[in-house]
Design a protein around this ligand. Sequence first.
Ligand SMILES: [Zn+2]
Length: 377
Amino acid sequence: MDSARITAAETLAALGVTQPDQVAPLFAEIRSRFGLESTAIHDEPAWKTFRDAWLGRKSGILAQITDNWLKPAPPDLKRAVGAGLNELRAHVESQIESRRQAIESGAEQSALAREHVDLSLPGVTRPIGSHHLIRQVFQEIEDIFVSIGFSVVEGPEIETPYYNFEALNIPEFHPVRDDMDTFYLELPKGAPTPLLLRTHTSPMQIRTMEKQKPPVRVIVPGKVYRRDNPDATHSFVFHQVEGLAVDSDITFCDFTGTIEYFVKQFFGPGVKTRFRPSYFPFTEPSVEFDVSCIFCGGSGTAAGGGTCSKCKGAGWIELFGAGMVDPAVYGFVNYDAKKVSGFAFGMGIDRLAMLKYQIDDIQVFFQNDVRFLRQFP
Ligand SMILES: [Zn+2]
């Protein structure tokens, strides 16, 4: 009998088995083949294929033995074939089950091995970030004003036209509204008032005075919005610090002295300041503050000769607008304009940061390029 030819697909007669003592070697051969196949199974998909090949109900090897060996066997072989088949079935079933368990626990062990923590490896270090330059400049400005008695307050970025315009003496027809074109929120029909993104931090002047009787000394840092197209000096979002001081005896000298103190603290004691008459609806008189050019030291001449490009030879750079609070504004907040006086200013933080740190494009503040941000740790 050639063992290579033993197959469950053929009948015993075809395999040349005619005597009961020929049956046991048949099953021994099948069993050793099963053993060999079994050791080659190492994962679940292969195990499933293996199981179906042996125990499959229709064409598994055991089913084939039943159909081809047992059923057509002559009576004198049937008993031996039945006994051999039962023994083989018990062996195959128990081996296939124990193989499954071995594969499962092996998978668990290799998963555990993957999770094993090697305590000798270096830890994961995450670089510590820093404050954005704009945030740093806010902090510098806040420190200077807090040191001379101002408090810091913050307000909503979404405002009503009343606080953003009307209460600041900017009625609807006022031409300055053209410069302060902004973004209006889409609201449901019947909303009581339009809402907009504030164009300056000045609304907090009104909100502060509504809540608080004089004396008032506050600065208001924050984001503001305008419908400006982005370029090197414009952005639809930028930053301001509003300042307001109101008391019973504040003079124009207090005002200019405070601003001069701030400018020298911020840019250094070497700079000079000057102011020029200007116009804002909510201050009277209004001024524009200039600082001596930081780039050419006020000479108007560039380091290598020729005209300083930053101040265009003037020796002065425009800083921000300010003024004595227009008495009309007090009317909106129930202050007695005959008893109180004060000053207000609004500084563009981005502009101050660009001047102090010699940055020539406002867009870099909003691009989050770490190569830029890392220069200001
Ligand atoms: Zn200059």
